[in-house]
Design a protein around this ligand. Structure first.
Ligand SMILES: Cc1cc2nc3c(=O)[nH]c(=O)nc-3n(C[C@H](O)[C@H](O)[C@H](O)COP(=O)(O)O)c2cc1C
Length: 312
C-alpha cells in the first residue's frame, strides 16, 4: 500500500477559497506580468497587485531605494497607472493568465477609496480587495490612515458600502502604531474580512559623507528579513485578540521556515515581497519548502498549523 497522502494546502479569506497559501506582496510583483515569465501564476493563492490609485502617479523623487543590513528601504511612493488604465490593460491580462487576483487599492481621502471600490464592483472574477491604508490622508494634515483608528474605520466602511456583494476585504495595517490590536479591532468592526500584516516599517538612512539623508524622500519603508520579528509579533498579537479573522502575513519571508514562523504566529496566508527582487521564483521556493516542513511535522492540512504557537 502506498503511504502517499494528499496534503491539503487550501486556505480561506472571507468567502473565497485559495488552493495555495502563498501570495505575492503588493508592490513587489507589479501586476503579475514579469513573474509570469518564471512560473504559472495559478500556482499562487493569488497575485496581490501593486496598490492602485484613482489617478496615475509618478511616485516620489529619486534616489528612492537604499540597502540596509538584512533589508531595504524604499520611498517609491504609490507609483502606478491609475484605475482607468489598470482596468483597461491589467485586469484583462490577469484574467487571461489564469491568476486569481486580489486588487490592492490606495487613496488620499475616504472618497477616493469609495470611488475605487465603486469602479471595482463591476469587475468579475476578482478574489478580493486589499485595502492599503498606509497612505497620508490629505483631509487630515497628511496623517496616515493606518495610524488613526477613526480614519481606518471610515475607509473600511466606505469600501464595504461601495464594493457590494461578498468580495473579501483584506485591510493592510501598518506596524508603526502603539497598539496594532486596537486598529485591527476597528477595521474588523467596520467590515474587514481579513487583515494583511505588515506593511513596511518607517526608517531612514543617512549618508555620512554627504551628511544628508540617502533617500530624496528622507524617510522610507523598511522591508526584508530585518522586519520579520516585527511581523511575527504583530501577527501573534492580532491572532490572540481576533482568532477568527484570517491574516495574510508578510515581512521578510524568503524560505519555508520563515513562512512557517508566521503561520504558527497566526497567519492564514503568506505574501512574498522583497525576496522576489533577489529571486523571482521565491514564492514557489517558499511554497515547496513550506509544504515539506508541514508534512515532516505530521500536519495533513495547512489550516491545522495556523496559530500553532498559541496556547490552546
Ligand atoms: C518596493 C516596494 C514597493 C511596495 N509597494 C507597496 C504597495 O504598493 N502597496 C502596499 O500595500 N505595500 C507595498 N509594499 C509593502 C509590501 O507589500 C510588504 O508589506 C512589505 O515589503 C513587507 O514584506 P517583505 O519584507 O516580504 O517585502 C512595498 C514594498 C516594497 C519593498
Amino acid at each position: 500500500m502506498s503511504d502517499f497522502k494528499a496534503f491539503d494546502f487550501r486556505t480561506r479569506f472571507g468567502t473565497k477559497h485559495f488552493p495555495s497559501p502563498i501570495f505575492t506582496a503588493s508592490g513587489c510583483a507589479g501586476y503579475g506580468r514579469e513573474l509570469s515569465q518564471f512560473f504559472d501564476l495559478g500556482e499562487l493563492g493569488a497575485v496581490v497587485t501593486k496598490s492602485i490609485a484613482v489617478k496615475p502617479r509618478s511616485g516620489r523623487p529619486t534616489p528612492r531605494m537604499a540597502e540596509t543590513p538584512s533589508g531595504m528601504l524604499n520611498s517609491i511612493g504609490l507609483q502606478g497607472p491609475g484605475i482607468d488604465d489598470f482596468l483597461e490593460h491589467d485586469i484583462p491580462w490577469l484574467r487571461e493568465s489564469g491568476a486569481r487576483t486580489i486588487v490592492s487599492i490606495s487613496g488620499e481621502s475616504i472618497e477616493e477609496y469609495a470611488s475605487l471600490a465603486r469602479r471595482l464592483r463591476s469587475v468579475t472574477g476578482l478574489s478580493g480587495i486589499e485595502v492599503n491604508i498606509s497612505c497620508p490622508n490629505v483631509e487630515n494634515r497628511g496623517l496616515v490612515f493606518a495610524c488613526d483608528p477613526i480614519a481606518s474605520r471610515s475607509v473600511v466602511e466606505a469600501v464595504r458600502r461601495n464594493i457590494g456583494g461578498e468580495l473579501p476585504i483584506i485591510v493592510k495595517l501598518s506596524p508603526d502604531v502603539t497598539d496594532i490590536v486596537a486598529i485591527a479591532r476597528e477595521v474588523v468592526d467596520a467590515g474587514a474580512d481579513g487583515l494583511a500584516l505588515i506593511n513596511t516599517v518607517l526608517g531612514m538612512v543617512i549618508d555620512i559623507d554627504a551628511r544628508r539623508p540617502k533617500l530624496a524622500g528622507i524617510t522610507g519603508g523598511l522591508s526584508g528579513p530585518a522586519i520579520r520579528p516585527i511581523a511575527v509579533r504583530a501577527i501573534y498579537q492580532v491572532h490572540s485578540a481576533l482568532p477568527n479573522i484570517p491574516i495574510l502575513g508578510m515581512g521578510g519571508v524568503a524560505s519555508g521556515r520563515d513562512a512557517l514562523e508566521l503561520v504558527f504566529a497566526g497567519a492564514s496566508g503568506i505574501s512574498i515581497g522583497t525576496a522576489t527582487f533577489g529571486n523571482p521564483t521565491a514564492a514557489i521556493v517558499v511554497k515547496t519548502e513550506l509544504e515539506n516542513l508541514l508534512k515532516e511535522r505530521g500536519f495533513t492540512s495547512f489550516t491545522e498549523a495556523i496559530g500553532a504557537a498559541h496556547e490552546r
